[in-house]
Design a protein around this ligand. Structure first.
Ligand code: GDP
Ligand code: IMO
Ligand code: MG
Length: 422
């Protein structure tokens, strides 16, 4: 059995949560491999809406095992709030959710350090989610981190040492903070975490594969936020690409099967950083309003622009994407013309590859396609697609040299259309 990976190809918020939920019935296990509560994955079904932060999006479909892998960073306080809300809404998860002992813990002081570093950067700030992601991964890589497994032995001692080290840094930054309340919640979260199956997830996933089980890995963020290949330094602190599923779960690369790359029919970005196809005009505002492009958790306004095929070709390349999933085309249902960026103009020269630096002087070159001017939100089969929409799909497939397997025409689980392709 192989492992399939579903991941974002843009700057996050492509609709990963929705599609993981839709695909879950085909798998035995769903696993998160990187990121943490910086993610906000929205699912809608039976008139209910859920936003998941740390818990995999396979939690609503039957009794599937859901795994939080070693590559994830976990905030026990936020995790407790999320898990308790799910349990309360009739979705018990203690028996089905397994958490890697090697996943790193986000400490209260990591969150404070995140804010302090952002404040120190001033105008150059990244616009992080403020969840302590960067400082936690920094401690992991500099070999100072605390892991979930640490809560099982001498935890108080280890926590006190880490906190003292962080407080020293905060003093050096002259950063004022109040830790009492968040620390109290965090310590309650640590106790809560002890009730879960804390596992060696690398043994578990490989054992499951050996036993013939199938696994769907759920990416968080998106390829353009990858710490190596994204728009550095305006990125997150983990490898969001397919290779992250190997390091974040302990899987050999030869275990990876399909790589589902998910993208919106346009493009959005939250936080600071370059965005070549960003629209500052009425069209951008229309896309934001029609697409409800506001952060799933923070409510922050998402920046909106046209689809960027140059960046997408790059994302498909670094991930080895085998199938594409197109989201939110319904947002463009009323448009007369839909644009797609096929190349960049850089210093008067047209290039079709993603360059080292997209900070300045990158002008998108657009192709205009006729809009389909049809409400597609109630469609259930590709046989109903209007001609112009089929032409749009063919154009994207040709440009991206990858088939589009699924088209999503609304936020609900049911608003998902699979195409007849191999
Ligand atoms: P994720 O982080 O990739 O899981 O995506 P988010 O949940 O942050 O953002 C996607 C948003 O678009 C959510 O509000 C979804 O409910 C919504 N959504 C997902 N698919 C579609 C779609 O096909 N059409 C529309 N209109 N909304 C969608
Ligand atoms: P999902 O999984 C969109 C962005 C932040 C910021 C940068 C770094 O829902 O797609 P961080 O807190 O990670 O250090 O912030 O990354 N960012 C996201 N943008 N969707 C996300 O997750 C994101 N997670 C982080 O806005 O620009
Ligand atoms: Mg999101």
């Amino acid at each position: 059995m192989k492992v399939d990976v579903l991941l974002g190809l843009q700057w996050g918020d492509e609709g990963k949560g929705k599609v993981v939920d839709v695909l879950t019935p085909r798998y035995d296990v769903v696993a998160r491999f990187q990121g943490g509560p910086n993610a906000g994955h929205t699912l809608e079904f039976e008139g209910q809406k859920y936003v998941l932060r740390s818990i995999p999006s396979g939690i609503f479909q039957g009794d599937k095992i859901n795994i939080i892998g070693n590559g994830v960073v976990l905030d026990p306080a936020l995790f407790k709030a999320e898990a308790e809300a799910l349990e309360k809404s009739g979705h018990p998860l203690k028996e089905r959710l397994h958490i890697s002992k090697k996943a790193h813990l986000i400490l209260p002081t990591h969150r404070i350090l995140d804010a302090a570093y952002e404040a120190a950067k001033g105008a150059a700030k990244v616009g992080t989610t403020g969840k302590g992601i960067g400082p936690t991964y920094t401690d992991k890589v500099s070999r100072n981190g605390l892991r979930v497994g640490d809560i099982l032995h001498n935890f108080e001692e280890k926590y006190a040492a880490a906190k003292a080290r962080h407080e020293k840094i905060l003093r050096s930054l002259n950063y004022e903070y109040d830790i009492a309340e968040i620390e109290k919640q965090w310590l309650e979260g640590i106790d809560y975490l002890r009730q879960f199956h804390l596992v060696d997830s690398e043994h578990e996933v490989n054992g499951l594969l050996k036993a013939g089980k199938s696994i769907l890995c759920e990416g968080a963020q998106g390829t353009m936020l990858d710490v190596d290949f994204g728009s550095y330094p305006f990125v997150t602190s983990s490898n969001t690409i397919c290779a992250g599923a190997c390091t974040g779960l302990g899987l050999g690369p030869n275990k990876i099967g399909d790589v589902y790359g998910i993208m919106k029919a346009y493009c959005t970005r939250v936080g600071a950083g370059p965005f070549p196809t960003e629209l500052f005009d009425e069209t951008g505002k229309t896309i934001r309003d029609l697409g409800h492009e506001y952060g799933a958790v923070t409510g922050r306004e998402r920046r909106c622009g046209w689809i960027d095929l140059v960046a997408l070709r790059y994302a498909i390349m670094v991930n080895g994407v085998t199938q594409l999933i197109l989201m939110k085309s319904d947002v463009l249902d009323g448009f007369d013309v839909v644009k797609a960026c096929v190349a960049y103009q850089v210093n008067g020269e047209e290039i079709d590859y993603f360059p080292y630096d997209i900070t300045e002087g990158v002008e998108p070159v657009y192709v205009e396609l006729p809009g389909w001017k049809t409400d597609m939100t109630k469609m259930t089969s590709e046989d109903e697609f209007p001609e112009e929409f089929n032409a749009y799909l063919s154009f994207l497939e040709e440009q991206l040299e990858t088939p589009i397997k699924i088209v999503s025409v609304g936020p609900d689980r049911e608003q998902t259309i699979e195409r007849y392709i191999d």
